[in-house]
Write a protein that binds this ligand. Structure first.
Ligand SMILES: *Cc1c(COP(=O)(O)O)cnc(C)c1O
Length: 380
């Protein structure tokens, strides 16, 4: 898949022509039988992507931040306590979000690029009780992959609701809702699922749904999952008009994911990530994120000494590759390269070539062809 410009940022990610084709179909009634069938497929395909047998998936017009809000608002009441495990900008967003609903927040924050040790989470859980705990699976600002299976050992069986933000992970990194005892997986389509942005995706476990049902009300109307539950069970019903074309495109994206197979898809992401890491190392670049906790969906890469951020990204764009700048404390010192979704060897080779040329044009010494050669053995 090649487009004029390759958008290699951590979302939105390149959208396959088959998915774009679904998006371009005529906008039909939200109760047309064909659309109802597509909705059911999207809801079911998303639940299966979360590896949840009995969870309830929700597909609602919005985005990743709405899915975060749906998770928090339905499970944590104003005045209750939320524990946030934060590995950067998106982890911190849960703090702001919860506080804006009058929720009391405790946060375990890692230094950027590092992880909160599982033992710290264990100690925090022993010391206090919380209505819920949020974990960001891959924080898109730092590239940090949370050791979710390790955290899950301490969370499983506890009363706290376990909320996992998969916005930069779901569809690119394995997520095992049932095995890990996760209560909510929330995500959005425009990252590793590789569909266009426009919907919030949330799966609630049976236990989480029961927790919401035990509350008389929640401080939300559109974000209240009980208003959506009848529609998710029968998409022919109406609460608020669904993003018809988006849902059709999402159904196609999920079909592609399940056709590839989850294990194969995650293995492909791992190989591509290895290829990127080998390629940038061959150019003398360093990764910002600690080795051992790097997500496979993006790389946060340090700019070499003397290379100016805007000039660098302009050089890449002139060669057809759009990358993202660093966020927060690492803005201007790093760039972020997304490598998730429906991408393959061709895209990575194109990125590495553009990277080599851009660095050379900015006066960095590089060995021609070294990056592509170093990446090649890993490429699928
Ligand atoms: C992108 C992102 C979000 C926010 O999603 P939006 O669709 O931009 O609202 C939340 N969490 C993580 C980890 C993300 O990468």
């Amino acid at each position: 898949m090649r487009e004029e410009t390759l958008t290699m940022i951590p979302g939105p990610t390149p959208v396959h022509p088959a998915i774009l084709g679904a998006l371009a179909r005529p906008t039909v009634s939200h109760v047309a039988p064909g659309f109802v069938a597509e909705s059911k497929e999207a809801i079911d395909g998303f639940r299966r992507l979360c590896r949840s047998e009995k969870g309830q998936a929700f597909v609602v017009a919005g985005g990743g931040t709405l899915s975060m809000e749906m998770a928090v608002v339905n499970l944590v009441a104003p005045g209750e306590k939320l524990l946030v495990v934060s590995h950067g900008y998106f982890g911190d967003r849960f703090i702001d979000l919860a506080q804006s609903f009058g929720i009391q927040v405790d946060a375990l924050k890692a230094e950027w690029g590092k992880v909160v040790p599982p033992a710290e989470l264990e100690a925090k859980l022993k010391a206090g009780s919380y209505a819920a705990v949020t974990i960001t699976h891959v924080d898109t600002s730092t590239g940090t992959l949370s050791p979710v299976a390790e955290y899950a050992k301490f969370l499983k069986g506890r009363p706290e609701m376990f909320i996992l933000d998969g916005v930069c992970a779901t569809g690119g990194v394995d997520e095992r809702m049932d095995d890990w005892g996760v209560d909510v997986i929330l995500t959005a389509p425009q990252k590793a699922i590789a569909a266009p942005p426009g919907v919030a995706l949330v799966t609630f476990s049976e236990r989480a749904l029961a927790r919401r049902q035990a509350r008389a009300s929640v401080p939300g109307y559109y974000a209240d999952i009980l208003r959506w539950l009848p529609i998710m069970q029968d998409p022919g019903k109406y609460f608020s008009t669904p993003a018809v074309n988006e849902v059709t495109a999402l159904a196609e994206a999920l079909r592609m994911i399940h056709r590839e197979g989850l294990d194969a898809r995650f293995a492909r992401h791992a190989r591509i990530a290895q290829a990127v890491r080998a390629g940038v190392a061959a150019l003398g670049l360093e990764l910002f994120t600690d080795a051992g906790n790097r997500g496979d969906t993006l790389s946060v890469i340090r700019l070499p000494e003397g290379v100016e951020d805007l000039a660098f990204r302009k050089g890449m764009a002139e060669r057809g590759i759009v990358v993202a700048g660093g966020l927060g404390p690492i803005a201007g010192k790093t760039f972020r390269l997304g490598h998730m979704g429906n991408i393959a060897a061709g895209e990575i080779t194109a990125v590495l070539k553009a990277l080599e040329e851009t660095l050379a044009s900015l006066g960095v010494k590089v060995t021609p062809g070294a990056a592509v050669a170093a990446a090649a053995p890993f490429l699928p």
